[in-house]
Ligand binder design. Sequence first.
Ligand SMILES: *[C@@H]1O[C@H](CO)[C@@H](O)[C@H](O)[C@H]1NC(C)=O
Ligand SMILES: *[C@@H]1O[C@H](CO)[C@@H](O)[C@H](O)[C@H]1NC(C)=O
Ligand SMILES: *[C@@H]1O[C@H](CO)[C@@H](O)[C@H](O)[C@H]1NC(C)=O
Length: 193
Amino acid sequence: MLIFPVISALLLAPVPYFVLTSSTIQPAKFAVLNVATVGARTYLYGGNGTIMELSTHGVPSDPTAYDTWAFFPGVSTLNITNAAPSTDFAVIGYTSPVTGAFTTRLWYQATNGSIITAYHSGLADDPPWVLDPVVIATVPLGTPLSAFHSNLNGVLPEIIVIQYPDVNGLLTHRWTTTEGVNGIWSAPVTITT
Ligand SMILES: *[C@@H]1O[C@H](CO)[C@@H](O)[C@H](O)[C@H]1NC(C)=O
Ligand SMILES: *[C@@H]1O[C@H](CO)[C@@H](O)[C@H](O)[C@H]1NC(C)=O
Ligand SMILES: *[C@@H]1O[C@H](CO)[C@@H](O)[C@H](O)[C@H]1NC(C)=O
C-alpha cells in the first residue's frame, strides 16, 4: 500500500488536532463529499496550516471499496498554509449546468478568521484548484460552516449558498448564481424566521 510511507512520515512529527496512526485518523472537524463515479473525498485539517484530502474509489456497485482510503493531492496543490487548526469545512460537488463538468467548492477558515473558498472546475484543462479572492466573512475561529448547491434539470439558473454564524453569532448566508472561481457573492443575509 503506497499510503503507508506517507503516514509513517507524518507520524514522526507532532500533529495538532488529530491523531494519525497507521490505520486511524481522529480529526477535530471534517467534511465528506460524494464525487459520483470516482468515489468520495474527505477534507480535514492536515497540520501546519494545511488542508488534507482523503480519497476512496468506492462506488455503490462496489461498497466494500469505500473501506479503502488514501491521501490524495487534491486541494493540497493550493499549498494552503494558513488554515486554522480549528477550521470547519463545508464542501459541495455538483455537475455544472454551465460546463457539464463535476465541480467542487470547499470552504475553510484561515488563522486570521477569514472564511475562504476554493474552487475546482473539473475541466481537464483548468488548474486543479483555485482560491476565490472573495473573503466570505471574518468570524471567530472554529465557526461552523455549511453549504449547498441547487440546480434543477441541469439548466440554469443555479445557486450556491454558504451559511455561517456571523461575528455576532447570527446565522447568516451569502450566495452566488455564477459558475467559476470568482463567485459574485451576495451581501451577507441574516437569516430570520
Ligand atoms: C510541520 O512543519 C514541521 C517543520 O517544517 C515539519 O517538521 C512537520 O513534518 C510538519 N508537520 C506536518 C503534519 O506536515
Ligand atoms: C504549490 O507548490 C508546488 C511545489 O512547490 C508548485 O509546483 C505549485 O505551483 C504550487 N501551487 C500553487 C497554486 O502555487
Ligand atoms: C486573511 O487571510 C486570507 C487568506 O489568506 C486573506 O485572503 C485575507 O486578506 C486576510 N485578511 C486580512 C484582513 O489580512
